[in-house]
Design a protein around this ligand. Sequence first.
Ligand SMILES: Cc1ncc(COP(=O)(O)O)c(C=O)c1O
Length: 457
Amino acid sequence: MKTIIEPFRIKVVEPLRMTTREERERILRDADFNPFRIRSRDVIIDLLTDSGTGAMSSAQWAGIMQGDESYAGASSFYRFEEVMKDLTGFEHVLPTHQGRASERILFELVGGEGKVVPNNNHFDTTRANIEHSGAEAVDLVIDEGKQPTVHHPFKGNMDIDKLTSLIERVGADKIPLVMVTITDNSDGGQPVSLENLRAVREVCDEHGLPMFLDACRFAENAYFIKLRESDHAEKSVAAIAAEMFSLADGATFSAKKDGLANIGGWLAMNNEDWAVECRNRLILTEGFSTYGGLSGRDLAAIAIGLEEVVEEDYLRYRIASTEYVARHISEAGVPIMKPAGGHAVYIDARQMLPHIPPLQYPGQALAVELYKEGGIRGCEIGTAMFGLRPDGKEEPAHMDLVRLAIPRRMYTQAHMDFVVEVITEVHHNREKLRGMKFIRQPPALRHFTGRFDYVDP
Ligand SMILES: Cc1ncc(COP(=O)(O)O)c(C=O)c1O
């Protein structure tokens, strides 16, 4: 059959509140044209993020009822640890309340003034934690990864020449570890090939460096390897994931993505000395090492989520639904980043709205219009988010995109058809969209709380 169906049926439903265009216009005005300021009950399809927004399975909910809330030695922790060891092979597993806590603990230990941490592309919180420690975060993705329309099966790959030159330039003693983010969120959820991970491992071995994964979307990455790297087509996703993890010395993880949970994370590694140090920091700031800031029930849900996420029927549907939206809007002429990544579709607002200059935030204008047209909430990733420099001046960001991140197991094909229809309609009327301006903005992270209005006609 060529129709790929949702590999689940729905047992519990959460009603969506339908709104009229007039209501949405008022809601937008009240929210000062910032989708982050809109209440979720006023959103019809929420594509703001795929982080912690997915639906849990009946098995996960059953696991929650069995969560062991003992302070020390909870059975939920041992179940989680067993699943983790089977999946990743790492010797030491520390639960954390989310991905950024794992990053903070790791980089407080290995970062610091004068250190340099390479990655294909650091996610914002990883970069922020590295920089907070005093170290420098360097992005070394291949050039194709920076070009929205260039096709490449693994646009998240690290550029091995750039990695070698960096090590030669700064010296291996300044580099505590080399990180690779799978999939590469900051670059549109693009995957990294197993061949590239092996090449990074070889460079690390040559220079005696540890290699860590930011493994938030490891299952989506493994599935892309199965689809696109011919040597691995016959392997199971779990086997490919195990191979990816076996190349690394450790990993950080947000269970809000491929943990299929609403909260949680982990930090795992083989180095015992580092693990002892990290565990001490975990106990100091997060919680005892068998719960790490989570409740026992969260650990139970994550353990089950990690087993479910490598199921191929799930991944086939997951990747197909992202690709479905991307293909249909692209056929309607909407410019997008290609190929579609694992968890999101990125619309190139700068190309779609050439009459709106970057300093009038075409991405914000498009995000506002998608809400006005169909109650869809996406996220501007462009000049509103990145254009303000520390000296207070503004400059256009590298790109002006709108990210539509697809929550896991939450929406059906009919929802996605609706999303396609709304985007196509907005694209049809694109010449009527107007630029935007800030009317109030905080000095940092202005896209979250800033207030906007339309520029004067
Ligand atoms: C690649 C990547 N790393 C780290 C994080 C941080 O995880 P958390 O939001 O759980 O702190 C995220 C979250 O979006 C991510 O996408």
